[in-house]
Write a protein of this length. Structure first.
Length: 395
């Protein structure tokens, strides 16, 4: 088998469990592996560290999939790991359940399947292949997903960014089973119907489930603003928790239409408004109108997509949070999120402190949430802990 030999001084993180082998850590590639071939990773003395698929065009040419030199990383191993992911979710979380049928089945590195994401939405499974190695094995993966989940329809969700980085082509569409127009699933008893035309990422932001439950517990009697609302998942959590009214805003017309349709279905039209608006601009406009809320929720898209954009992202988070703090009453709550892995929790909190100074407010951290437990992360892989959800009391 082809071996990828690491430079001295680059071994420790990978030996300690970090799953990524960066290009600058590689001293020599012994042999001529094709894209997607299984390669061993060895140290300078050729001692085995791990193995994974070869991605020559990527800045991360190898993502460690196994620490066992004898393990074959083909169909049987992939199937076993998908089964293991399903088994521990069912026994520990548990997912799926009678009231929650939308969940993440496989979370890449967290399930020892780096380069593979699988989300389940009732009878539909969405699969994202993020490395050329996983793409080469797509037929086996789709078969295992159908077998393990019982999904009638399997959709491949293309990631243009990862295709560009990895050097392969793919398109979004149904790969097994009948065509579907919507993702129909339950989250904590609430039925979501998300049109595929409105779907984002792998369909829905399943990672915020536990943070939405927190909002539901705190929403009673409050007037709420849900900025960057998407289809209104936080909005519906607040309404179920007893919010008097929720103003939900987002720039995506299909998402707003989807949220409004679900609100009408549930008979919530008198307690919620869905408006298409740029949240960044709307915060300033609400302040100029002297609007005040008991709770503001900020769940923006990734504002710092990599460390290269960290300063730009900090400024953006500071600006929108200052805008939100200006329209929260004394004693009110700010629920503010960042899905940028480049922004670490401490950095995010410092940014929120600066935003409070800009707004002339004081904030107290009550809790810091993260991605749901069906989005696991290896302990030695800080890059995987991407989601921060800060609950702040404002005065």
């Amino acid at each position: 088998m082809t071996a990828v030999r690491l430079r001295p001084g680059h071994v420790q993180p990978i030996w300690a469990g970090h799953p990524w082998v960066f290009a600058q850590a590689i001293d020599e590639v012994e042999g001529a592996p094709a894209p997607g071939d299984v390669v061993q990773v060895v140290d300078a003395r050729r001692q085995f560290i791990g193995k994974g698929y070869w991605s020559p065009k990527s800045a991360i040419p190898v993502r460690i999939l196994s620490r066992d030199p004898a393990e074959e990383l083909e169909s049987a191993a992939l199937g076993r790991r998908i089964e293991e992911a399903a088994t521990w979710r069912k026994s520990l979380i548990p997912l799926p359940s009678e009231d929650t049928t939308g969940y993440r089945l496989v979370h890449a590195e967290g399930d020892r399947l780096a380069g593979l994401i699988i989300d389940v939405y009732g009878e539909v499974a969405a699969v994202q292949l993020l490395t050329v190695g996983m793409k080469r094995r797509e037929t086996d993966i789709f078969a295992h997903v159908a077998r393990v989940t019982g999904a009638r329809t399997i959709i491949e969700i293309a990631s243009e960014r990862m295709q560009r980085l990895e050097g392969f082509e793919s398109t979004t569409g149904v790969v097994r089973g009948p065509d579907v127009d919507t993702l129909d699933f339950l989250e904590r008893g609430f039925r979501f119907e998300v049109a595929l035309a409105a779907a984002q990422k792998t369909g829905f932001y399943l990672d915020q489930r536990e943070n939405r439950a927190m909002v539901e517990r705190l929403a009673s009697g409050r007037r709420v603003l849900d900025a960057f609302c998407y289809v209104g998942a936080f909005t519906f959590a607040a309404l179920r928790g007893g919010a008097t009214h929720v103003s939900a805003i987002d720039t995506a017309a299909p998402a707003i239409a989807t949220g409004a349709a679900m609100a009408a279905r549930e008979g919530l039209g008198d307690r919620v408004s869905f408006d298409r608006s740029d949240a960044k601009r709307a915060l300033g406009e609400l302040h100029s109108k002297n609007e005040v809320f008991d709770m503001v929720i900020l769940d923006p898209p990734k504002l710092a997509p990599s460390s290269r954009y960290l300063d730009q992202g900090r400024k953006a988070y500071r600006r929108i949070n200052a805008g939100a703090l200006r329209i929260i009453r004394d004693g009110g709550l700010l629920v503010t999120c960042s899905c940028s892995a480049a922004v670490k929790p401490g950095d995010f909190l410092r940014t929120l402190g600066l935003a409070a100074r800009d707004a002339g407010r004081e904030v107290t951290l009550l809790s810091m949430g993260q991605q749901g437990s069906d989005h696991p992360v290896p302990a030695s892989f800080p890059e995987g802990r991407y989601l921060k959800c800060a609950l702040l009391r404002v005065s």
